[in-house]
Design a protein around this ligand. Structure first.
Ligand code: ASP
Length: 326
């Protein structure tokens, strides 16, 4: 029994919340992708459980990298375009066991922003670096962290270019209300492994954004937070709104000072505080209680845990379905 508890885990991922209904063809692609990714994560976690060094931060990095490498999601490959037709990426990662933080914005040449954030978490005494300073700092750790540099157009896909062009035609770039409806998305992961939690979030931001814009995803207390005392959280949605309502920080406060459960706290933020169609949240506690909630039309999401070694769960709209892991 003791051994079972020692090897307990719960991993939750999201691939962004959305306010537009997604067509059936795309739903099928996304379901296949979520299934493939959650299976890989489960395989990765179970095959590393015997390693005492294996950590919740390892799992967050592994999971977010898979999402970043899949062009379906707005993070890493497949990131949206800025108003200057470039890609400017950002990410953050937090270790709930020691409150170490790594955050990064304005990245243009690293294939996996979450790994850059992890280097900052482990190697810098600063929490948050931006642009060329972040890129230069992590250059010293390329091999140790298996970092890969790419040309900025590595992140480009036809679909994202179409979205930029549609938006340009409609000339709505400067209008915040219109920004709300634009193509965005983000990826994130929260993990409980042997009673330790961690969280990470990575994004290309919002289509047509000012290249200097920073969203909620790299901001600790907005898009990401992790603390063993409360929960690990990753948010998705309109960054401007998530920052306005303090996102993950608000959920943590509800839990810490209001004695709310994770689900009560997340629902409080999403359904009583924030406007509709603005955000989605995944969260997990050290007990392995988890939540995947959103106040938009849907949120791409999946989870697996040591409580059911045969099935994971995936969801896009309200309905969640089990997928086999064996
Ligand atoms: N939160 C992200 C941002 O504002 C976008 C998203 O999650 O859809 O950059």
């Amino acid at each position: 029994m003791a051994n079972l508890l020692e090897n307990s885990f719960c991993v939750v991922i999201h691939g962004g919340s959305f306010v537009y209904l997604v067509g059936q063809e795309r739903v099928t692609l996304l379901e296949e992708s979520l299934t493939r990714i959650i299976r890989s994560i489960h395989q990765y976690v179970t095959s590393n459980l015997s390693n005492p060094e294996f950590s919740s931060v390892d799992v967050v990095e592994y999971a977010v990298k898979l999402l970043e490498d899949d062009p379906l999601y707005n993070a890493g490959k497949g990131s949206v375009f800025t108003s200057e037709q470039t890609h400017v990426l950002e990410a953050s990662i937090m270790d709930g066991s020691n409150l170490q933080i790594g955050a990064v914005s304005q990245l243009e040449h690293y294939k996996n922003p979450i790994s850059v954030a992890r280097v900052i978490l482990e190697q810098s005494h600063h929490n948050y670096l931006v642009g060329k300073y972040a890129e230069n700092f992590v250059e010293n750790f390329m091999e140790k962290y298996h970092l890969e540099q790419v040309e900025n157009n590595y992140f480009s896909t036809e679909r994202r270019l179409e979205q930029l062009n549609v938006q340009r035609e409609e000339q709505i770039i400067a209008n915040l209300e219109a920004l709300e409806g634009m193509k965005k998305g983000t990826v994130g992961c929260v993990v409980m492994l042997r009673g330790q939690v961690a969280a990470g979030t990575s994004t290309g931001g919002m289509t047509g954004k000012n290249p200097g814009r920073i969203g909620d995803s790299p901001i600790i207390g907005a898009g990401t937070y992790a603390n063993n005392q409360t929960a690990a959280l990753s948010l998705t949605g309109t960054g401007e709104e998530i920052m306005r309502y303090l996102g993950s920080g608000d959920i943590i406060s509800r839990m810490k000072y209001g004695q709310q459960t994770l689900t009560q706290a997340v629902e409080g933020l999403l359904f009583t505080t924030m406007p509709p169609d603005t955000a989605g949240v995944i969260g997990v506690t050290i007990q392995g209680d988890y939540t995947m909630r959103y106040n938009s039309k849907g949120m791409l999401r999946a989870m697996c845990s040591s409580k059911d070694m045969n099935h994971a769960i995936i969801g896009i709209y309200e309905e969640e379905q089990p997928v086999s892991l064996v």
